[in-house]
Ligand binder design. Structure first.
Ligand code: EPU
Length: 418
């Protein structure tokens, strides 16, 4: 079993390079199967979730060639299978993107209900509603989702909830459908825009991604191009908070500052000094953070994927903060673990009340999911003494080379194998 051993309370100073966005990469990899010819993807993060998506792609017949550390070539021309097994799908939530992509390519797809972080109910009714609007018949049988259409025809669709996954999935299915599809109440996250930009670079005709109405005119063929994935806003935000809890000074490079706006504004309210450059942000934190009130929302609101991490930071703030989860039903499983380090947290339905303490103290803890793990890492970097974080495979699902990146900033962290 692998753990991180973190000797905390060290000031982090220096530069860190942010990797490609997990949630863009895990969608763009399946999207590549819609192309008739090979694509080259740059800025691919080296993380478990990406490896799993690539394995699924290879299992159905694509050829994946690693060109360098962060660049891959995907040749989808020999894919013949449109079924994704339970063994593959259970490992990762984003396996559901193969449903939209395979449906778009073959008019048929069959995939086991996807797995992923346990954040409460994770329905896929909006994905299904979208496929049905394109004329597909979707059935759930023996844990498999089966989608089939004689032909896909563009349609109009209003999403009942704002869903990143459903917006991208329906976009994938619609890109080669006959006629025009209009998606209303679409998600506006940077990774939704990145998938649309990628598909447009292959010859798709998608207009309006990044607004809540997306129009997709179906095209017959897509052909491979070279495309670079956007930087990971959540990895960047996590390092911003590492600077805050260690009273550090970190320049976070290879980012799109605009994508970080909600995080930047919030941490400035909490006392951080943030300097923006073209593709970098510097975070300095000379004083103790100040408490605040936050509610997570779909983009451009404060991201739910930063909620556990910001609670870790606020647990060291002066005063009492109130953090409300506005996206997921249950994203407070990390609270008990964070409390072991001395954080004073009280959960009430979808809100956590954070009574700031002067300092945190080391204790053995366990990551319960990806962002829960990131929150524990932030807390451990601030805590006095040596914290062991177990179940770090959750963290490695989404953070590329996190140990080396933190070490370069002056953290005392090692990966141990017991
Ligand atoms: N929802 C429905 N029906 C659906 C789909 C979603 O009711 O058919 C609800 C969900 O239950 C949730 C809300 O809509 O309450 C938003 O879910 P969304 O579909 O946007 O989430 P997702 O696409 O499954 C992605 C990210 C998550 C991130 C959310 C919200 C990927 C692979 N995952 O999930 O990332 O929390 O969007 O921004 O892109 C993470 O990276 O740690 C992570 C969990």
């Amino acid at each position: 079993m692998e753990s991180f051993l973190v000797n905390g309370a060290k000031t982090l100073v220096g530069n860190v390079n942010i990797s490609g966005a997990k949630n863009a990469a895990v969608a763009i990899i399946p999207a590549a199967l819609l192309s008739d010819t090979p694509c080259i993807l740059e800025n691919i993060p080296n993380i478990k979730d990406v490896q799993i998506q690539l394995e699924i792609l290879q299992n159905i017949g694509a050829k994946v060639t690693k060109l360098d550390e962060n660049t891959i070539q995907i040749d989808p021309s020999n894919i013949s299978c449109s079924t994704i097994s339970y063994e593959a799908a259970k490992k990762i939530r984003a396996s559901y993107y193969f449903l939209g992509a395979l449906l778009g390519r073959f008019n048929h797809a069959s995939i086991a209900m996807p797995g992923g972080c346990n954040l409460g109910a994770r329905p896929i009714d909006q994905h299904i509603k979208g496929f049905e609007a394109l004329g597909a018949k979707v059935e759930l049988e023996h844990g498999m989702v089966q989608a089939h259409a004689e032909k896909l025809v563009g349609g109009n669709l209003y999403f009942d909830v704002v869903s990143v996954g459903a917006t991208i999935n329906v976009m994938l299915a619609a890109v080669k459908a006959q006629g025009t599809t209009v998606l209303e109440n679409a998600a506006k996250e940077p990774h939704v825009v990145d998938v649309a930009n990628f598909l447009n670079s292959l010859g798709a005709d998608i207009f309006g991604a990044g607004t809540d109405i997306i129009k997709i005119k179906g095209v017959k063929h897509l052909s491979g191009r070279q495309y670079s994935i956007i930087p990971d806003q959540i990895e960047a935000g996590t390092f911003m908070l590492c600077a805050m809890v260690t009273h550090g000074n970190i320049t976070i490079k290879n980012v799109t500052p605009k994508h970080l706006f909600a995080i930047t504004e919030k941490i400035k309210n909490c006392g951080a000094i943030v300097t923006e450059f073209d593709d970098a942000v510097r975070v300095q934190m000379p004083n103790r953070p100040i408490s605040t009130k936050i509610k997570t929302m779909p983009y451009p609101g404060f991201p739910t994927d930063m909620q556990p991490q910001i609670v870790a930071m606020l647990s060291l703030a002066s005063g009492t903060s109130i953090v409300t989860e506005g996206v997921w039903e249950n994203r407070f499983k990390y609270v008990n673990e964070l409390s072991r380090l001395g954080a004073k947290l009280q959960v009430n339905d979808r809100t956590v009340i954070v009574e700031g303490v002067e300092s945190l103290n080391a204790a053995p803890v366990k990551a319960t999911d990806l962002r829960a793990g990131a929150a524990l890492l932030i807390a451990a970097l601030a805590a006095k003494g040596a914290t062991e974080i177990e179940d770090i495979y959750h963290i490695e699902r989404g953070y590329d080379n996190v140990v080396d990146k933190l070490k370069k900033l002056g953290a005392d962290i090692v990966k141990i194998n017991k």
